[in-house]
Ligand binder design. Sequence first.
Ligand SMILES: [Zn+2]
Length: 490
Amino acid sequence: MGLKLYNTFTRSLEEFVPQREIVGIYSCGLTVQGAPHVGHMRAYIVRDVLVRWIEHLGYKFLSLENFTDIDDKIIEKQLQQKRDWRVIAQENITKYLNAVDQLNIKRAHFYPRASEHIEEIIHLVQELIDKGYGYEKGGDVYFKVRKFPDYGRLSKKSIDDLVSGARIAPTEHKEDPLDFALWKAAKPGEPYWFSPWGKGRPGWHIECSAMAMHYLGESFDIHTGGEDLIFPHHENEIAQSVAATGQPFVRYWLHNGWVTLSGEKMAKSTGHFFLIEDLLKEYHPNVIRLYLLKTHYRNQIEFSSERLDEAKAAYHRILTFLSGFKVLPVIDKPLMVDEFTDAMNDDLNAPKALGIIFDMVNKGYDQGDPQIAASIKIFLGILGFCDEEPAVPFSQAMDVFREITERLVQEGQDELIEDVWKKFYSTIEGMKSMEDVFPALVGFLLDIRNQFRKNKKYEYADFIREKLAQQGIQIHDEGIDRSTFALEIK
Ligand SMILES: [Zn+2]
């Protein structure tokens, strides 16, 4: 089975057959009026998994992501903050690219900015006017929606549905409420470019058509974006591009679900969001990636810190397992590779692929097989997790240890403390590297817990269990628990 992708255009799972040797991929980028939130980053992690997978399958690709750096909201910020729109845009672009790098997202090959492609945009608008799809009024240029018979095909909306919701704002000059702006005349004090229709700036939709076709050609393979962009943004991109060229624009439309907060879309406009820079202060990038990939990309994710903490625990369980192997064997073919490939080929089913990884972790704890660890490492790399030294879980195991001794001190259990520390020293005696110490430390903690249980000091035993669980190490009295882990990954 080859790769199958769910195409929003046909609302079906389709086999992926690229039209050219180099797969063209366009992703709608940010309107850089503010710092990115976790909902934004999800779209680019999804694109990252896509490009890593198609690269793994042997395809070459060219990926493009725009920055909308000139738009009503940025102009509004300029007026509010009394700072130039270019400075505001650059500040947010820098923040965004920092987050991209931290999250180990492969950068797009090009990040074109709308403001740097005014020439291509004007050219496209003129072409639409020449072909009768565009008209100028009062310095604005609009697209005649009724002239494009396929309008609404992507979003499955009929002209009748659209008519009832359409309005003409008092500042607009359009002839039909359905029409949308290709070019906007500048109001006093606004940034502008010279054009055949006077001073103005591009509309939002036209920039994506112009830049996508400039870099990828009139027809290309994959266009990605959040599902909120299906209408009107992507519908308008199709109308403009197809009307201008007479060619099909995009072959596969991929849309990811929103990240919601109390059921509502995370959005800057409502003040309803978590900034990625804040989240990255609290969680390792791999934990955020795991959290987002645990849900299929087409489904919505309700943002929750509990779920993030669960992802953290799950991720540390993988790390704990891997840290038990000092050197991993080089393997040609990972174990479970067929199952993993089938999952990824099935519309990038990352949750299923992660389920396979967690099954292997469980098996690995039983069997201690370095082949399993080597296979897991390969799969994590394909899913875009960055390499990490086991130093973090070691310090976390040390935290558990510290908390336990602190509690014993508070409760005046001097004898027990002495006992615990003696055991600790004898456990790590002779060990040279941190990698050796970490699994030993976990083993030691389990050991002293058993000791507490034997001596009927259940409150300490439970305390250790609880602390280890917070670090992703689940223990039940029959041993290390393996079931909860697999169940977490749905
Ligand atoms: Zn776009």
